[in-house]
Design a protein around this ligand. Structure first.
Ligand code: ASP
Length: 417
């Protein structure tokens, strides 16, 4: 029976059931919450091996350093500009809607560890070089693992052929193996999504009396964030891939929809990476060569949704405290929001902690984070989906610029499927 329903409908059904179960059976979720836990753990299990094998195989398959440099530059350019576009959209919306003006400050909750996050940020670059690659792997220090994989990939191409061949086939085989495991884990997505969503709904319901008043106070702020995210996701990015890459945005959206729903329900771009890779290769038609280099990098450093959110949140806090920001301060917010999004880990609520970086850069009160904490988990779902959507748009765009024929590419005004 399940086999006859298309997979994305199974996931949509999981989402819907999750909402209903979380709403009506919030005290009995123990019977299904294990499905979400197992699903998340299984995805996390393959992240590090996928990161290493995909980046190394991507670099080895690109081969010559000039090709790598070209793809690398295009990747960085897309990631930088798309995040800046996102931030400017947020800046525009928050200045028009002004959700913080007149906000009630009576509900500031203290948040631990913020000052520390702000000061540690400066060390990010130094810390990218792992002292011990195994520690970096076991502690999920993605940037360090990426750096190591990039270096290992580049140097593999300069080895004697007898050695480079061995490493290259081992890495490619390892990647295929990880994709096989991922394909198996993906079969459980509808159940995982159902359990994870049920839990989010139930958690928010249990504080529902309070939540209602929080929504009243923060409703405009949430609307601002979601509206700005929607403009970026449904207008800016589709226009960019349509006109720069001759890609049909609807078709592309359909190809990666499983990854987007998983991003929404897990709030983690890292945990979604295995699914994103599989969707873009098998349903999007992007080659392994491009996607296995561009996508894992994006999952870690390209976070348009988070970047936009950082900017809106910081300005909302300034408005709520009645602090007038100069143009220079707003420009500073744009750049620190960009840095914060690059530094944020692809895990739930990472963006919330990074706001302290932005706040301290412009001298806004760190306690302001307490203002927005109540609705962060919900907004996290939206911004994580936008983060993943932007990664896939960048990957498809770069693949098409490399002359690849994607499933969603527009040829002679016709969609090639
Ligand atoms: N949860 C987001 C992600 O994984 C990061 C954030 O908190 O903004 O992409």
């Amino acid at each position: 029976m399940l086999k006859r329903i298309a997979f994305h409908w199974q996931i949509a059904l999981g989402l819907l059931l999750g909402i209903l179960l979380g709403y009506f059976f919030k005290d009995h979720l123990i019977y299904i919450s294990w499905m979400g836990t197992i699903f998340l753990r299984a995805l996390k299990m393959v992240i590090i091996p996928i990161l290493i094998t995909s980046i190394m195989s991507g670099i080895i398959n690109i081969g010559d350093p000039r090709g790598l440099g070209k793809i690398g530059l295009k990747t960085m350019a897309f990631y930088l500009f798309s995040s800046l576009f996102a931030i400017v959209t947020g800046l525009f919306m928050v200045n028009i809607i002004k959700p913080g003006v007149g906000a009630d400050l009576g509900f500031v909750e203290p948040v631990a560890g913020l000052a520390e996050a702000g000061t540690n940020f400066g060390n990010t670059l130094t810390n990218m070089i792992p002292e011990n690659i195994f520690t970096a792997m076991s502690e999920n220090q993605m940037l360090s693992v990426i750096l190591f994989s990039v270096v290992a990939g580049i140097f593999t191409t300069s080895l004697d052929q007898q050695y480079s061949k061995v490493i290259s086939s081992a890495v490619n085989a390892g990647f295929e193996l990880m994709m096989k495991i991922t394909r198996f884990i993906i079969l459980f997505t509808p159940f995982g999504v159902m359990a994870l969503i049920a839990e989010v709904v139930a958690n928010n319901m249990s504080q529902s009396g309070e939540l209602f008043s929080v929504f009243q106070r923060l409703g405009l702020y949430m609307i601002t964030v979601i509206a700005a995210l929607s403009i970026h996701a449904f207008i800016t990015l589709p226009l960019v891939i349509r006109f720069l890459g001759k890609i049909n945005p609807f078709q592309h959206f359909k190809s990666v929809s499983t990854a987007l729903i998983t991003a929404f329900s897990t709030s983690s771009s890292s945990a979604t990476l295995p699914l994103t890779l599989r969707s873009i290769q098998e349903r999007g038609g992007v080659s392994n060569k491009v996607s296995s280099f561009v996508l894992p990098l994006g999952a870690t450093i390209n976070m348009d949704g988070t970047a936009l959110y950082e900017c809106v949140a910081a300005i909302f806090i300034a408005q709520a405290y009645g602090i007038e920001l100069s143009i220079a301060q707003q420009v500073l917010i744009v750049f620190t929001a960009l840095l914060a999004s690059i530094g944020a880990a692809g895990i739930p609520m990472a963006g919330l902690v990074m706001i302290s970086v932005v706040l301290s850069a412009v001298g806004l009160p760190l306690e302001g984070v307490g203002l927005i904490i109540a609705v962060d988990r919900i907004l996290d779902m939206f911004r994580t989906s936008v983060n993943v959507w932007s990664d896939t748009c960048g990957t498809a765009l770069i693949a098409s610029s490399e002359g690849e024929e994607l499933n969603a590419s527009i040829k002679n005004n016709k969609v090639v499927v």
